[in-house]
Design a protein. Structure first.
Length: 348
């Protein structure tokens, strides 16, 4: 109880500080602007979360304000992230996913498992840092930036590695954002040449692209049917974020031999909230307007967390440390697109 009281006291001090007000205002502005830009033609393919991250990076030109609000920026990148992921659960309608059939859910499970394991194996063979490798693999396999941040919260930081781990989060988010946007364009251009039905193309888009925004952008290019199944397939992968967080957290701690683990199974309580939110959104009479508002609030808070992360980017690290990881993730993304496309033709 004493420890909980101390934590709450520390959080209260941060929230009521002037530095937090500055951090809140800056990240909120970035999130709102990112959401607005994400609705514009052509730019929408990038997604609101990635745009918020980029805007946060741009804010680094205002160094005095960033330094003044640093404590608040750290708080927002951590706590607001968890709150946003919990609210994201309201986007998942479990009955809709169940109605999509066993094949869609099974495809999502195979994609997530194979991509995370395969990408991690390849990146480690390429001498990529273990922490960066698992973040990049998870972002590629599940749901881009949200997955990177969710998984990162489960990985313990060894003494002296906190800054490096923060930098790895930015690098991993940048990698999946760039590749997701690139492969969205590739799939949209290739659609008329592939001979796929709209339904099959929707499965391909939802099963192979990184962010929800990417699946929406690609699916919409092939019509309403493709868009619907692209979203359903993508959300099937998003649903696996909760169990993957637990599994990766346990595995990573054993792999690292982290003393901080204390032999305890790490429980990502915010992911429990994510699952409970999806259950509540599915079975309780919230109404479409309320659910839409909760999902919008989710993206707003996630955008603020991404902007806060962008404000801490070390650009030298981004370009130096991310090169090999980018090439490895590129190779995995090519294989993913081809394999999911083949599965769409053969089984859907």
């Amino acid at each position: 109880m004493a420890r909980v009281s101390a934590v709450l006291s520390g959080m209260k001090e941060i929230v009521i500080s002037k530095g937090f007000v500055v951090a809140f205002a800056l990240t909120l502005a970035c999130s709102l602007l990112g959401s607005y830009l994400a609705k514009l033609p052509y730019i929408s393919v990038i997604g609101a979360l990635v745009l918020s991250l980029v805007l946060g990076m741009i804010c680094q030109v205002f160094r005095p304000a960033i330094e003044y609000g640093r404590a608040g920026i750290g708080f927002i990148s951590n706590k607001f992230l968890r709150f946003g992921i919990i609210l994201l659960g309201f986007k998942l309608n479990l009955l809709v996913l169940a109605a999509a059939g066993v094949k869609t859910i099974l495809l999502a499970a195979v994609v997530v498992t194979a991509v995370i394991c395969g990408a991690y194996w390849l990146l480690r063979r390429l001498k990529v840092d273990r922490h960066l490798a698992i973040l990049t693999a998870s972002g590629t396999g599940i749901c881009g930036a949200a997955a990177v941040m969710g998984i990162a919260s489960q990985l313990p930081s060894e003494k002296g590695q906190t800054l490096r781990h923060e930098e790895n989060k930015v690098v991993a988010v940048a990698i999946v954002a760039i590749l997701g946007t690139l492969f969205t364009l590739v799939e949209v251009v290739a659609y008329p040449l592939l001979g796929l039905s709209p339904y099959q193309f929707g499965v391909m888009a939802g099963g192979s692209l990184h962010e929800i925004a990417h699946a929406v952008a690609a699916g919409s290019a092939a019509g309403p049917e493709a868009l619907d199944i692209a979203i359903i397939t993508k959300l099937s992968r998003v649903l696996l974020l909760a169990p993957v967080c637990i599994i990766v957290g346990i595995w990573y701690r054993k792999k690292e031999g982290a003393a901080s683990a204390g032999g305890k199974v790490p429980i990502p309580w915010f992911m429990v909230g994510f699952v409970l939110a999806s259950v509540a959104g599915t079975f309780l009479p919230f109404g479409e307007e309320l659910l839409s508002a909760l999902v919008s609030l989710s993206y707003l808070t996630l955008g603020m967390a991404m902007a806060a992360l962008g404000m801490t980017v070390n650009f030298k690290v981004l370009f130096v440390r991310g090169r090999v990881a980018f090439l490895g993730a590129l190779a995995v993304s090519v294989v993913l697109m081809v394999c999911v496309g083949a599965a769409a033709v053969c089984f859907f």
